[in-house]
Design a protein around this ligand. Structure first.
Ligand SMILES: *Cc1c(COP(=O)(O)O)cnc(C)c1O
Length: 464
C-alpha cells in the first residue's frame, strides 16, 4: 500500500511519510493508492474485538509494516488509556431505529480526541525512532485545537501552535486550549473566522520551503492518519448494533464541518463495511447540503451558530470525495479545484450528481431546529445532546427516517462543552469535574490580526 495525492503530483509515499507530509506537497490531499477491502469473513472475525484491537487490525492494512505490530499496539493502548469509558466509543440505544455513538469520552470531551490522542503518540514515536523534529501547526474551530494540545502537551521533541478564531469558540473550548501552561504550546487567537485561520495554515503548508525549514506538521483532517483513526468507530458501531452476519446495512448521521468525519465513514463503506446511507448534517453553514441537494459547491456568507465546531464554509476534505466521485482521476480534481479557485464554485449535474446523491443525503439544520431537537431528545429519551450531535439527530428526523435501516447518530461532543446553547433550551446541566476545574486556571494566548505576515512572525519567534 502506498499513498498518492488527489492532484496526482506527489511521488508514491509510505505511511509515515504521508503522516509527516500532512497536506500533499502538490496542494492535494493524500489518499491510499488502492483502498483495501475487508471480506465478510474478516468482518465476522473482527466482531468481538475491543476498540483498540479493532484499530490495530485496521491500521495494519495501511501501515505497510512500517511500524512493528508490537509498537503500534503500545501506541494504541496508551492513546486510549486516558479515556473515561472502558469501551472508548460506546453505543447507546435511544429507540428501535436510532442509536448514538458516544465519541466524547476522551480528555477534551469531543470526538477529535479519538484521532488526536493517537496522532500525538505517533508523532512522539516518530520523533524518537527517526529523530524527526515535530512542529505541529493547526487551525481549529475549537475542538481540534484543544484535543491536539492535550495530545502533545509537555511531550519531548514536539512543539505545537494552534490558531483559533478570536471570540468564536465556546468558553470551555477556549479554556481547554489556553489554560495549558506547558512551554511547548502556543495559542494564537486570530481576529477573523475559522476559514481565515484555515486559509493561513493551508498557505503555510503549501510553501514547501517554509514547511521544510520549520518542520511543520499537520493535525487537521487534511492528515490522512486522522481520517483512518476515525474509520474505526464506524466498524465498532456496526458490530455493536446489527452485527456481522446479519446481512443488514446501517446508516450514519454525521455532524459535518470539514467533511473529515463523514469521509471516514465513506472510507469504511468503500472498505466493505455494510453502510447504508451517510447523512451529512450541517448547521446554517450549509455549503455541503447545497452541494448534495443542488449540485453547487459554493461558499455562502459565514454564519455564527449554536454549533461553532461546524461553522465552516470551505470543507478541506471535500476534495477527497471529489477524487473518488470522479473515479480517482487527478486530472479532473485539478481541473475542478482550479475552477473553484477562479470562479468560486464547482457545479456538477447529471450522472455525477446522481452519484453524490446515492452516496450521501444531506440536511442543513436551522438554529431553532437545533435547540428544539435538544429539548425534544431531553423530553423523549432523557438524553442530553450537545448542539452538534443535535444537528445529526435533526438530520435523521428530517431525511433519514422511513427506511428499515438502523441509524447511528454520531455524538461528537459532550453537552458540557457547549453550555451556552444548552442553557438556551432551558436545561441546566452539571459540569464534569474536569471541565468545572478549568474556570479557575489562568489563560495563555496572544490575540493577532488575521494576517499571514503577523501569524508567521509569531510562529517564527516561537520555533526559534
Ligand atoms: C470538528 C467537529 C465536527 C465536524 O467534523 P468534521 O470532521 O470537520 O466534519 C462536528 N462536531 C464537533 C463537536 C466537532 O468538534
Amino acid at each position: 500500500m502506498h499513498f498518492v495525492s488527489t492532484r496526482g503530483n506527489v511521488k508514491k509515499a509510505g505511511f509515515i511519510e504521508t503522516f509527516l507530509m500532512g497536506l500533499g506537497d502538490d496542494g492535494g490531499l493524500m489518499v491510499p493508492d488502492a483502498i483495501p477491502s475487508v471480506s465478510a469473513d474478516t468482518l465476522k472475525g473482527w466482531e468481538k474485538l475491543s476498540f483498540q484491537e479493532l484499530m490495530l487490525e485496521i491500521f495494519g492494512l495501511f501501515t505497510n509494516g512500517e511500524i512493528p505490530r508490537e509498537d503500534l499496539k503500545t501506541i494504541i493502548n496508551d492513546s486510549y488509556s486516558t479515556f473515561r469509558h472502558p469501551e472508548v466509543t460506546p453505543v447507546k440505544k435511544l429507540d428501535d431505529s436510532l442509536y448514538v455513538l458516544e465519541l466524547f469520552h476522551g480528555p477534551t470531551f469531543a470526538f477529535k480526541d479519538i484521532a488526536l490522542q493517537l496522532m500525538g503518540n505517533l508523532y512522539a514515536y516518530v520523533s524518537k525512532t527517526r529523530g524527526e523534529i515535530i512542529h505541529i501547526l493547526g487551525a481549529t474551530s475549537g475542538d481540534t485545537g484543544a484535543s491536539a494540545i492535550a495530545g502533545v502537551r509537555g511531550k519531548e521533541g514536539i512543539r505545537i501552535c494552534i490558531l483559533h478564531p478570536h471570540g468564536k469558540v465556546s468558553k470551555v473550548q477556549e479554556l481547554q486550549m489556553t489554560t495549558v501552561d506547558d512551554q511547548n504550546v502556543l495559542n494564537l487567537s486570530v481576529e477573523g473566522n475559522f476559514d481565515d485561520c484555515q486559509r493561513i495554515i493551508k498557505e503555510m503548508f503549501s510553501d514547501l520551503e517554509l514547511k521544510g525549514k520549520y518542520h511543520l506538521r499537520a493535525i487537521n483532517s487534511i492528515n490522512f492518519v486522522r481520517i483512518l483513526a476515525q474509520t474505526v468507530y464506524y466498524f465498532y458501531a456496526y458490530f455493536r448494533t446489527v452485527g456481522a452476519g446479519s446481512g443488514k446495512t446501517v446508516s450514519f448521521s454525521v455532524p459535518t464541518g470539514n467533511f473529515g468525519d463523514i469521509f471516514a465513514g465513506y472510507l469504511a463503506k468503500r472498505m466493505g463495511l455494510p453502510v447504508g446511507r451517510l447523512l451529512i448534517a450541517t448547521n446554517e453553514n450549509n455549503i455541503l447540503a447545497r452541494f448534495v441537494n443542488e449540485g453547487i459547491y459554493e461558499p455562502g456568507a459565514f454564519r455564527t451558530t449554536y454549533s461553532p465546531s461546524m461553522d465552516i464554509q470551505i470543507a478541506s476534505n471535500f476534495e477527497r470525495y471529489l477524487y473518488y466521485m470522479y473515479k480517482e482521476s487527478p486530472e479532473t480534481v485539478r481541473f475542478l479545484m482550479t475552477a473553484f479557485q477562479k470562479e468560486g464554485a464547482i457545479r456538477v449535474s447529471g450522472k455525477d450528481l446522481e452519484q453524490a446523491q446515492a452516496d450521501f443525503a444531506a440536511y442543513g439544520v436551522g438554529g431553532s431546529e437545533c435547540l428544539d431537537t435538544i429539548r425534544g431528545a431531553w423530553e423523549k429519551y432523557a438524553y442530553l445532546l450537545d448542539p452538534h450531535t443535535a444537528c445529526g439527530v435533526a438530520a435523521y428526523e428530517a431525511v433519514g427516517k422511513g427506511t428499515d435501516e438502523i441509524c447511528v447518530a454520531l455524538a461528537t461532543a459532550h453537552p458540557a462543552k457547549f453550555d451556552e446553547s444548552v442553557r438556551l433550551c432551558g436545561i441546566e446541566q452539571s459540569f464534569p469535574p474536569e471541565i468545572a476545574g478549568l474556570f479557575e486556571k489562568p489563560q495563555h494566548q496572544k490575540v493577532v490580526k488575521h494576517s499571514y505576515g503577523r501569524v508567521l512572525e509569531e510562529i517564527e519567534a516561537f520555533l526559534k
